[in-house]
Design a protein around this ligand. Structure first.
Ligand code: PHE
Length: 441
C-alpha cells in the first residue's frame, strides 16, 4: 500500500487490489468448507445453486461493498456513520465486526489443523496408512485437549503479527506468487484423484444434480457458502474497498475475484470427491472430509511426500490471507472509531478471538454453531442490508461516480442498479426467510 489522499493507506495497484481481495476470498472456505458442505447437501444440485448465487447475488453484493468502502474511505462502521449520519445503518457495521469475531474464532481452529497437518506431512506420518487409519489420526487430533488449542493460537499469533505490521507489501507480494502455486498443485491433485479406481462416481456426485436431495436447508446452505467463500456481508470487502484508489475499476475487481474464487472451489471439489468415492469414504461426513481424504491421495502419488508438505503449507498461507482480512475489519474499526493504536487494536482483537477460539477448539457444538450462524444468518442478512443501502439509500449519482471513477463509462452501472435494487434483495430475502422456516414454498 502507499499513501493516499488524507494519509490513508492504499493498495499500490490493480494487481495488489486483486491479490488482496482474492487472497481474502480464497481460503479454507474453498478447500475445506465447500467440499464438506457440498458433500452434506447432495453434491451436484448444491453446486448448481451455489454457482447461481455467486452470479446473481455474490457479484452484486461484492461490488456494493467495495463501493461503500471506497466512497467512505473508512472502516465498515465508520463508513455507514459517514454515509448515513444519524441513522440506524451503522448497526450493520457493528454486526459485521461481530461476525468477524465469530468467524475467525472457528476459522483459526481449522487453520490450526492445517498447521498441524504440515508437521505431520513433514514427519511422514500418513505414509502407508489406510483411509481408516487417516481418519483415526484426524479424530484423535481434533479430540485432543491441548494440541488444537496450541496450533490455533500459533495461527492467530501469525495473523496478528502480519496485520499489526500492516497488510501492505507482505501480503501483496506473497499472494501474487503463492495463489497461482496453489492452483498448480490443485490441478496436480485433480489428475491423481481422477485416475484412482472408481473415481468417476465422485465426478458424478459433484456434477450430476439430483434435485430430490434439495430441501430448503440445502438452498440456505448454498447461499451461506457463497457469502462465506466470497468474504461477503460483514465488511471485509468494504474495508479493502477503502484502500482501493479511485482510478481502479471496482466492477472488474468484483468479477475477477468472484470468478477466481469459484474456480478454486470447483477444482477443490474435483480433487476431493473422486478420491472420497474411490476410498469408500462418506461424502457427508462433515468438517473432517478434506483432512481425511487428502492425505490418502498424497499417499498414492509419486512424490506424494513433497506434494503433501507443499500443499499444506500453501493451505496455511491461503488461510492466513483470509484471516488477516477478518482481523483487519476489526482492527480498522478499533483504530478509526475507538482511536486505539494499531498494535494495541491488533493484539486486543486477536486476544478476544483466541479466547473464543479456545472454546471452539474444545467444543464441537460451539464450533458448528459459530460456523453455521455466521454463514447462514449473519452474512446473508448483512449482504441484504448492504445492497438495500447502496440501491435505495446511497443514491444513483454516488453509485455512478464510483463505478465510473476510472474514467470510462461503466458498463457495470447499467445492470448493477436494477440488480441491487430489486433482484438481489428479493433473492436473498426469499432464500433466507425460506431457510429459516419463516416462509415456506
Ligand atoms: N472467504 C474466506 C474463505 O473462503 C473466509 C472468509 C469469510 C473471510 C468471511 C473473510 C470473511 O476461506
Amino acid at each position: 500500500m502507499s499513501e493516499q489522499e488524507g494519509g490513508r493507506d492504499s493498495f499500490s495497484n490493480k494487481f495488489g487490489v486483486i491479490a488482496a481481495a482474492a487472497g481474502s476470498a480464497i481460503g479454507l472456505g474453498n478447500i475445506w468448507r465447500f467440499p464438506y458442505v457440498a458433500g452434506e447437501n447432495g453434491g451436484g444440485a448444491f453446486l448448481m445453486l451455489y454457482l447461481l448465487f455467486i452470479l446473481a447475488i455474490g457479484v452484486p453484493v461484492m461490488l456494493s461493498e467495495l463501493l461503500i468502502g471506497r466512497k467512505a474511505q473508512l472502516n465498515i462502521f465508520g463508513a455507514f456513520r459517514k454515509l448515513a449520519p444519524g441513522s440506524y445503518w451503522p448497526l450493520v457495521g457493528i454486526m459485521g465486526v461481530g461476525a468477524a469475531f465469530m468467524i475467525l474464532s472457528f476459522y483459526s481452529v481449522v487453520a490450526g489443523w492445517t498447521v498441524e497437518y504440515t508437521f505431520y506431512a513433514i514427519a511422514n506420518q500418513f505414509a502407508g496408512e489406510s483411509p481408516e487409519g487417516i481418519k483415526a489420526i484426524f479424530d484423535e487430533l481434533t479430540a485432543a485437549s491441548w494440541r488444537p488449542v496450541v496450533f490455533m493460537l500459533l495461527f492467530m499469533a501469525l495473523s496478528a503479527f502480519i496485520v499489526r505490521s500492516g497488510v501492505k507489501k507482505g501480503i501483496e507480494r506473497y499472494t501474487k506468487v503463492l495463489m497461482p502455486l496453489l492452483l498448480v498443485i490443485l490441478v496436480g491433485l485433480i489428475f491423481r484423484s481422477l485416475s484412482l479406481d472408481g473415481a468417476m462416481a465422485g465426478v458424478d456426485f459433484l456434477f450430476r444434480p439430483d434435485f430430490s436431495k434439495v430441501d430448503t436447508n440445502t438452498i440456505l446452505e448454498a447461499l451461506g457458502q457463497a457469502f462465506f467463500s466470497l468474504s461477503l456481508g460483514m465488511g471485509v470487502m468494504a474495508t479493502y474497498g477503502s484502500y482501493i484508489k479511485k482510478k481502479e475499476s471496482l466492477g472488474k475487481t468484483a468479477i475477477s475475484v468472484s470468478l477466481t474464487d469459484t474456480l478454486i472451489a470447483v477444482l477443490a471439489g474435483l480433487a476431493i470427491f473422486p478420491a472420497v468415492f474411490s476410498f469408500g469414504l462418506e461424502p457427508g461426513q462433515g468438517p473432517g472430509l478434506v483432512f481425511i481424504t487428502l492425505p490418502g491421495i498424497f499417499n498414492q502419488m509419486a512424490g506424494g511426500y513433497y506434494f503433501a508438505i507443499f500443499f499444506f503449507v500453501l493451505l496455511v498461507i491461503a488461510a492466513l490471507t483470509s484471516s488477516i482480512s477478518l482481523l483487519e475489519v476489526v482492527v480498522a474499526y478499533f483504530v478509526e472509531e475507538l482511536k486505539m493504536k494499531r498494535s494495541t487494536a491488533t493484539w486486543l482483537a486477536a486476544g478476544i478471538m483466541s479466547a473464543l477460539g479456545v472454546v471452539c477448539a474444545l467444543n464441537g457444538a460451539v464450533f458448528s454453531f459459530f460456523d453455521r450462524t455466521s454463514s447462514n444468518i449473519l452474512l446473508p442478512l448483512g449482504g441484504l442490508l448492504i445492497v438495500l443501502f447502496v440501491g435505495w439509500f446511497l443514491g444513483k449519482q454516488v453509485v455512478r461516480d464510483e463505478l465510473e471513477a476510472d474514467g470510462r463509462v461503466a458498463f457495470y452501472f447499467r445492470w448493477f442498479v436494477p440488480v441491487i435494487r430489486v433482484l438481489a434483495p428479493i433473492a436473498i430475502a426469499l432464500v433466507f426467510l425460506n431457510g429459516l422456516g419463516l416462509l415456506r414454498f
